[in-house]
Design a protein around this ligand. Structure first.
Ligand SMILES: [Fe+2]
Length: 392
């Protein structure tokens, strides 16, 4: 797909990037006017000792703080309410989200819910339908995984009361600052390193090949694809010893969300979210299993960009006919996900073939159509069924 000439937004927040930058959190809270701070996190992050790295700079600055460590994977709406209630009852006026995508997304939505007169009565169904209704409490985000990009995104995927994954958008979800410190991701387990890194690659692929791709999303996507291709295997294989690979993956993760924010997400994320309503698996696994099959489906409309992806991912494409060079992008993605031990088939994650029609129903719900409509190739229900069957 060529580059779109449609108008687009560039919505990047302040990002402080570098080794040891988390030490600045106390000074930054003061700069942005926080007085009573709630650190929002989850038990895994506490156990990994990462909350200590945030507490120390706050204590040094004499800043009062509390901790909510009840965040759960996939952002259940009842956990958002619980966090918001905790915030309101504690009279906190500033939040620091410390964790992976789910924890930071919980922080983002809870920061808005906490400003409601009555948290119990706040209708999150309306947030899903119409977006977060107002600016929430100010926030600093400190990601501890490299991949979700939740720290710098305007969207928050949540799990609704019906178990379906839906996205809440918020004009004000960007933080006062996002602190990207590779030391916060250093001991990330290999499995999560792989998952989150692949998620970053998929964000870049989607922004790059969306019909809304533009010069800025292309620049970001190419940077992220190269960073992932050159660093993810290293971060996965011996991440705790390879600060450079960790640092590059942390940068790739945060930039990757802007590939889709500046352009658009397309089929893999749409299909991944739909799969998660039927099968228990991580966000990255659901998206990565369908990715090569979506790439096969979309290949015919965007061969030059596929060939460029192949080249950036280290495939030899010189001298090949364009169609063959483009095909190499799919091979490169398969090699990477196999090297990282990602499941390759939907049946590998316990999905039954008879579940496919239900997943297709979810995929074509009105709330998902914006991503399908941004896909570079028209995709009917029959096409989607074939893609899921191929991935099964
Ligand atoms: Fe994602």
């Amino acid at each position: 797909m060529a580059v779109s000439s449609e108008p687009f937004w560039i919505r990047m927040p302040n990002m402080l990037v570098g080794t040891g930058t988390v030490d600045n959190v106390g000074a930054l809270v003061k700069k942005f006017g926080g007085r009573k701070i709630l650190i929002v996190t989850d038990p895994g992050v506490v156990q990994a000792g990462l909350v200590e790295k945030v507490k120390q700079p706050l204590e040094k600055e004499g800043i009062e703080f509390g901790i909510f460590d009840g965040c759960e994977p996939d952002v259940p709406v009842h956990v958002i309410k619980k966090c918001a209630q905790f915030t309101k009852e504690g009279n906190y006026d500033f939040m620091i989200g410390v964790g992976g995508g789910s924890t930071i997304d919980t922080t983002k939505v809870a920061s808005v819910v906490a400003t409601a007169d009555d948290v119990d009565q706040e209708d999150l169904g309306q947030y899903i339908a119409k977006g977060a209704p107002r600016r929430g409490l100010p926030r600093i985000h400190i990601p501890t995984t490299a991949g979700s990009g939740a720290d710098v995104s305007l969207g928050s995927p949540v799990t609704d009361v019906d178990g379906a994954k839906k996205v809440i958008f918020g004009e004000h979800f960007l933080p006062e600052v996002s602190i990207i410190d590779p030391l916060m991701t250093l001991n990330l387990p290999a499995r999560i390193t792989a998952d989150t890194g692949i998620d970053a690659l998929i964000h870049a692929f989607e922004g790059y090949t969306s019909i809304k791709a533009n010069v800025v999303s292309d620049m970001l996507s190419e940077t992220v694809i190269k960073l992932v291709a050159n660093n993810l295997r290293l971060a996965y294989g011996k991440g705790s010893n390879n600060l450079e690979a960790r640092c590059n993956m942390a940068i790739a993760a945060s930039l990757s969300i802007h590939c889709v924010l500046t352009a658009s997400a397309i089929l893999p994320h749409s299909m991944g979210h739909s799969l998660q309503s039927e099968v228990k698996c991580t966000h990255a696994v659901s998206c990565s299993i369908v990715l090569p099959h979506v790439m096969e489906f979309n290949l015919l409309v965007d061969q030059p960009k596929y060939a460029r992806i192949a080249e950036m991912m280290g495939e030899r494409v010189a001298g090949l006919p364009l169609r063959d060079a483009a095909q190499k992008a799919i091979e490169a993605v398969r090699k990477l996900t196999m090297d990282l031990g990602m499941p390759q088939r939907l049946r590998d994650i316990g999905m039954k073939k008879e579940q496919i029609p239900r997943v297709v129903d979810v995929l074509f719900a009105p709330v998902n159509m914006w991503r399908i409509n941004s896909n570079p190739r028209d995709c009917s229900r029959e096409d989607a069924t074939k893609i899921f069957e191929a991935a099964w």
